[in-house]
Design a protein. Structure first.
Length: 414
């Protein structure tokens, strides 16, 4: 029972330090070591390890990585970035534009999608405007986390709450409860980033310049892929809004748009080779480790032993934020949601579970998959990174503020 918890603790320490002696480790290597450790020690069987890997998530990321790579290689992503941010003429305007644009994108394109596409965009902005890359990576991470809370399709845990929680009119419900506090939380992220990077923002020079498209054919296919993503997301929203019982998986939203690039582009092999395979390894390993932690029943017994009022808004937000760091937010929701439903929790409580498990991503790097995607992508392609402490220095304060804002608004709306 205790070995998976020990392994998980070691994984957290290693992610914080990124070293074993003089050996420097990357996040995906640390998570892979953790998965191997629970397999070797027999904490999870090879069959259960394979079954624990969520192929929908892996395929979703695979498809989106292909689209993102094609956008990068064609040069079209840089052109899109110029069109979106060229009106920002001051550091404050730029930060706010990035926060709201990426946040709104995450609400409807899903957080992981925007994390994939947004990383090269914000790093390009950092280079053009002579801003610290760490500032822009943090801005992107906080934006996609907070923004994704707004919508029932903003992230996987929200989808789980909306569907399994039997929430009537999920889009209307999420917007009604979460729109205003989410906007406030984005402004809080802006104020904190502005405070911690005040000197850098004072000395930066805002410059925008367009980048010529490098590959017209790949650009055309990239545009087609983006159009397909938009159409499929609209169709997904429509099926949820109309309560249509259709097996329309999020995986399709990634794989169908990737198909034109894989089938029609002569550069398909180059694009596939360059996608972020290490992040896919990270997620496969994470599923194995978290499944062994789940099977240990450790956290289930801890929650049961605390004798909490599991339906109180404060308890929901607190448990969601803290346990999402240890077992990830989707398993946390899978654990907590049945408890809330059995206890007769209100719609407000279910929305609080979605909000709490989402903003948990602002606390530590492992609190959200999108954080890992951003950091791994930045390290692989650009040699930039964020350390555990650099993230937590702002993230801890921001998460506490986010949770308080959601608690206040949900308490009023209860």
């Amino acid at each position: 029972m205790i070995i998976p918890i020990i392994v998980l603790s070691i994984v957290f320490v290693l992610i914080a330090t990124r070293r074993i002696g003089n050996i420097k480790l990357q996040i995906w290597q640390i998570m892979l070591l953790g998965a191997v450790a629970v397999l070797v020690t027999g904490q999870i069987s090879p069959v259960n390890a394979l079954l624990s890997i969520n192929l929908d998530v892996i395929l979703f990321l695979f498809g989106m990585f292909i689209v993102g790579e094609a956008l990068m290689e064609s040069g079209y992503l840089s052109h899109l970035s110029y069109r979106l941010f060229k009106r920002a003429r001051s550091p404050d305007q730029l930060l706010l534009t990035v926060l709201f644009a990426m946040g709104l994108g995450a609400a409807f394109l899903m957080n992981d999608t925007v994390a994939i596409i947004g990383t090269p965009v914000v790093l390009l902005l950092a280079k053009q405007c002579k801003l610290p890359s760490k500032l822009m990576l943090l801005t992107l991470a906080f934006a996609v986390t907070i923004g994704s809370a707004l919508s029932p399709i903003g992230n996987p845990q929200n989808v789980l709450v909306a569907i399994n929680g039997n929430i009537a009119d999920p889009f209307v419900t999420f917007f009604r409860f979460l729109l205003l506090p989410t906007v406030i939380n984005i402004f809080l992220a802006f104020l904190l980033l502005r405070f911690f990077y005040k000197k850098d923002l004072q000395t930066c020079v805002i410059e925008h310049y367009d980048v010529a498209v490098k590959d017209p054919k790949l650009t055309f296919l990239s545009k087609l892929s983006l159009a397909l993503i938009g159409i499929l997301i609209a169709a997904k929203i429509l099926t949820v809004f109309l309560n249509v019982n259709l097996d329309f998986r999020l995986t399709y939203i990634a794989l169908i748009p990737a198909a034109p690039i894989v089938i029609l582009s002569p550069r398909r092999v180059e694009v596939i080779k360059k996608i972020d395979w290490r992040t896919l390894v990270f997620f496969a390993a994470m599923f194995v480790l978290m499944e062994s932690v789940w099977e240990s029943q450790f956290f289930q017994s801890v929650i049961a032993g605390l004798n909490l009022n599991v339906t109180s808004l404060a308890a929901i937000l607190l448990v969601s934020v803290l346990l999402s760091q240890l077992i990830s937010n989707v398993p946390l929701v899978a654990l907590y949601l049945p408890m809330l439903l059995n206890a007769g929790a209100s719609t407000t409580g279910l929305v609080a579970l979605a909000a709490g498990s989402t903003i948990a991503g602002n606390l530590f790097i492992l609190g959200a998959a999108s954080n890992v995607i951003i950091i791994q992508n930045a390290e692989k392609r650009f040699g930039e990174t964020l350390t555990f402490l650099e993230f937590a220095k702002i993230g801890v304060i921001l998460t506490a503020a986010n949770a308080l804002v959601y608690w206040l608004f949900l308490s009023i709306g209860a």
